[in-house]
Ligand binder design. Sequence first.
Ligand code: GLU
Length: 301
Amino acid sequence: MTEAAEPQHIVTRFAPSPTGRLHVGHGWSALMAWDMARAHGGVFRLRVEDIDGTRSRPEHVAGIVEDLQWLGLDWDGDIIFQSRRLGQYDAALKRLKEMGLTYPCFCTRADIAASGSAPHGAEGPVYPGTCRRLSGEERQGRIAAGEPHAWRIDMARATAQAGPLAWQAGTFPFGKPGETSIVAAHPITAGDVVLARKDAPASYHLSCTLDDAAMGVTHVLRGADLRTATDIHRLIQTLLALPTPIYIHHPLLVDAEGRRLAKRSGSIALADLRAHGADPAQLAADLRAGRFPIGISVAQA
Ligand code: GLU
């Protein structure tokens, strides 16, 4: 553990996907990121990760704004919408293509599932590399024929080009401000992840990495489920010469059965608590103190 000098200026963010109402875990995460910024006279930004055209809904954006405001949170500057930044993602993808680090992938989910041999990584099944082995001629022919395709990173090549990778893990708000440690990144275990989806010129990994850099984010505070994503984001930063924030991964909240809170599984939504007359100031104080509604607790690591 090394003591690093605290950055002059702190910029944190909360980056929800508008695919449902926010639950208590989102509220906890947003409060911590807001507190980190506000405690240091820094900046707190809100980014809506809405490139998933089929699952993102405008009414959920309104719900996110309502829920955060109800909890007493505000944000600096305009809300950033990823759906309005597709041109930036496309330009970055073009650079990675020119560097020879990507390939088009025509596989459907069913193709990948049927390949059977795929080992499971923290990011889900690791892509078996089927389309990496296609010839240049076949790729061009299938693209020219209009066959839908995603773009994947050639992870072996990209990591070889990038060399050894590491990121700085912060501990605040769980430890002291300025306390960080160096974590080696091993993105190769995630395999050839998608950089651009069939239906959008970006994936979560590409858009999130580019946006954190464009927004000047100095500290990314997010759930421990995104720990492997951080390794991938670190790789993309190196390839595209982008700055690297400090990362803090907070534990996830679970319900009484030990299941992760999810937007879809009837977890306690902030809107439900509000409808039942919860006092937002009390709830925010409780979450800040690590006191959660009945049945909800921090997952054991
Ligand atoms: N949009 C992601 C989510 O809602 C979070 C991304 C991040 O914080 O990097 O799970």
